[in-house]
Design a binder for this molecule. Structure first.
Ligand SMILES: CCCCCCc1ccc(Oc2ccc(Oc3cccc(O)n3)cc2)c(O)c1
Length: 258
């Protein structure tokens, strides 16, 4: 039983640049010997992702995948199965909400903004898990993980509609874990403390959340993409094969503080 992922292949969805949490996860999995299949949305990101992928020592593959389209998800995962073969796990690091819905009062959230945030940040996990299952492309004892945040468990000022979407994502992890467990597929989440990524820039008040963490978190500091990546390695490895439907907080202990 070890942390080695030699001979295994993992899909990582959501790398935007070298500061992405998904990139921290990719490096941890690659350093453990895994092959990595990257998917990205939006052609302008394609170049970034390919350049980053080429810096890894391991064999990598890069595919566009607009998770707003069920047809594109199915086509991409069929293509991955045909060209790469079966996979041993998948890291879902995808979320989005309109900037105006990440500040001010939640009560004013538009129907359109609510639906968009839930479509991209919550439903996409189920859509992807369904595509993997339908294409029968997950090796036995597969592991799916997603990224969530404390704002889905309790109110975090300005996080607003993303918090409601993360609550839906957290519940989805439990229901997917229940459905897929009998097929040997585990589904878990990592709840990360605030990390300065491209996405974090879209949230009003992000900077003060990092400062508050340095003052109040038991570890008195923020966490890094690498620390999240190492926990993802644990979730993808056999060392966590007794765990499913779980959320691991990689947040310096902040979530235990009232
Ligand atoms: C006040 C909150 C402080 C801590 C927030 C930590 C965090 C940082 C980034 C997170 O990921 C996203 C991803 C997309 C997202 O939506 C965006 C991002 C940029 C622009 C935009 O229009 N929407 C917002 C947050 C996330 O879910 C949670």
């Amino acid at each position: 039983m070890s942390l080695s992922l030699e001979g295994r292949t993992y899909v990582v969805m959501g790398v935007a640049n070298k500061r992405s949490i998904a990139w921290g996860i990719s490096r941890s999995l690659a350093n453990a010997g895994a092959r990595i299949v990257f998917t990205y949305a939006g052609e302008r990101l394609g170049k970034n992702v390919r350049e980053l992928a080429d810096t890894l020592e391991t064999e990598t593959f890069v595919y566009p995948c607009d998770i707003m389209s069920d047809e594109e998800i199915d086509a991409t995962f069929r293509q991955i199965k045909d060209e790469v073969g079966s996979i041993h796990g998948l890291a879902h690091c995808i979320a989005f909400a309109k900037t105006e819905d990440l500040e001010g009062s939640f009560v004013e959230t538009s129907r359109d903004g609510f639906q968009l945030a839930h479509d991209i940040s919550a439903y996409s996990l189920t859509a992807v898990a369904n595509a993997v299952q339908k294409n029968d492309m997950m090796a036995e004892n597969g592991s799916i993980m997603t990224m969530t945040y404390l704002g889905g468990e309790r109110v975090v000022r300005n996080y607003n509609v993303m918090g409601v979407a993360k609550a839906a994502l957290d519940a989805s992890v439990r229901y997917l874990a229940n459905d897929l467990g009998q097929h040997g597929i585990r589904v878990n989440a990592i709840s990360a403390g605030p990390i300065r990524t491209l996405s974090a820039k879209g949230i009003s008040g992000f900077n003060s959340s990092q400062k508050e963490m340095e003052e109040k978190a038991p570890l008195r500091r923020t966490v890094t993409q690498e620390e999240v990546g190492n926990t993802a390695l644990f979730l993808m490895s056999d060392l966590s094969k007794g765990m499913t439907g779980e959320t691991l907080h990689v947040d310096g202990g902040y979530h235990i503080i009232g």
